[in-house]
Write a protein that binds this ligand. Structure first.
Ligand code: HMG
Ligand code: MG
Length: 350
């Protein structure tokens, strides 16, 4: 391990915590202004991590109240301004299954301009079937994600299909997306434990993941949908994917923080060579069709750890905390993110 200079915010130009975003009343310098977290680089970890931000989709799909489309659009714009380069925007599933995201058609035109404002910004959307693909393409989506399950029970509850039927449903979606030049991410849920079936064997997860990759997914996100995984299990599963010939560069990890294990699990995945991590601003999240799924790993908690390890993310943590504080105000409840709670007083949500 070596000490290095802190260069965590090497991304875009975003408002910093030192100017207009400090509250008038606060006389003490904020934690970030003091130069914390201390940066200690670990040569065994990647130099850069791409954060796949899922708050606007995985987070808002689980909100009890309907969030107005203008608030969603502003949330996504603020996430992009805070330096996030991949912001999963919404979902073209059946509106009766997830009414919270039934406004996907209205949302896309409000955010597509962000791609010009922030070159390289990716705004993927979730698509379950050809009907969803038609809707997404009509709205101008240029990147999609399909979502399968490593278990039969969740496949049936989430997509009303067996695992085999789900794969057959995705086949034309992925092939048509390919013809349209639209990259496809594959999600795999319940990779570590399932609320109806209990433990899930790594071989079962690898078999399902390889099917998604063979269908043409460019990237595979391994989901701990109910947050039960521990670090040894993560290492074991990633080793099993490695033995099956899947490069770590194609894998992402998607942890929910139900048992407080999400950061430890992320670190285990980084040690295995994973460089894409899913997280949700403010720790929003859950899954309406998975019993006991609570919030996702909070992006702020993740960024605090990554920047402390000298890993570049391009994210301005103060701007992100301000965004989550603002959204917490809109939702009428505090963010569960520890980093947001710790830092919120030193940044202005507006
Ligand atoms: P189904 O009832 O079997 O649908 O649901 P169907 O194929 O029988 O079609 C019935 C009707 O729905 C038809 O209309 C279709 O056109 C229409 P009709 O002909 O009767 O008038 N329909 C649609 N309408 C709009 N958009 C569509 C669509 N599809 C069909 N896309 C279906 C099957 C896949 C639609 C349903 O199960 C569904 O929408 N499920 C989504 C569940 C969901 O979104 N879950 C949360 C996301 S997954 C997650 O959060 C986990 C993740 O974060 C990773 C992790 O944490 O593990 C990704
Ligand atoms: Mg999820």
């Amino acid at each position: 391990m070596t000490n290095t200079q802190a260069t965590p915010n090497a991304g875009r130009s975003v408002p910093g915590p030192t100017d207009s975003t400090r509250t008038e009343q606060s006389r003490d310098p904020g934690t970030l202004e003091l130069g914390l977290p201390v940066v200690v680089r670990d040569a065994d970890l990647p130099a850069r991590v791409r954060i796949h931000e899922v708050g606007a989709r995985d987070g808002l799909q689980n909100e009890k109240s309907m969030v107005p489309v203008e608030v969603k659009a502003e949330f996504i714009a603020r996430l992009a301004a805070a330096g996030l380069q991949t912001v999963e925007a919404t979902s073209f599933v059946h509106p009766k299954w997830v009414p919270q995201l039934a406004d996907a058609e209205e949302l896309l035109p409000r955010i597509t301009g962000l791609r010009e404002q922030y070159p390289g910004l990716r705004l993927p959307v979730l698509v379950p079937n050809e009907r969803g693909l038609d809707r997404a393409l009509a709205g101008g989506a240029d990147e999609i994600a399909v979502f399968a399950s490593a278990t039969e029970s969740f496949a049936r509850r989430n997509l009303n299909r067996s695992m085999d039927e789900v794969m057959e449903m995705f086949r034309p979606v992925i092939s048509r997306a390919g013809e349209a030049g639209v990259p496809v991410r594959g999600y795999l849920s319940m990779c570590f434990g399932d609320p109806w079936e209990g433990p899930v064997a790594p071989e079962q997860v690898v078999a399902a993941g390889v099917r998604l990759l063979e269908l043409g997914c460019a990237e595979l996100s391994l989901g701990d949908t109910i947050g039960v995984a521990t670090a040894g299990q993560v290492t074991e599963l990633l080793a099993a994917f490695g033995r099956a010939g899947v490069p770590m560069a194609q894998l992402a990890v998607h942890f929910h923080d139900t048992y407080g294990q999400a950061l430890a699990n992320t670190l285990a995945a980084l040690r295995c060579g994973v460089t894409i991590v899913d997280s949700s601003a403010g720790g929003l999240g859950g899954c309406p069709y998975a019993k006991s799924a609570t919030g996702n790993l909070a992006t702020e908690d993740l960024v605090w750890m990554l920047h402390g390890l000298g890993i570049e993310t391009g994210v301005d943590l103060a701007a992100l905390v301000a965004t989550s504080s603002w959204l917490a105000g809109e939702l009428g409840r505090p963010s569960p993110s520890r980093a947001v709670q710790a830092l919120a007083g030193s940044v202005d949500a507006n």
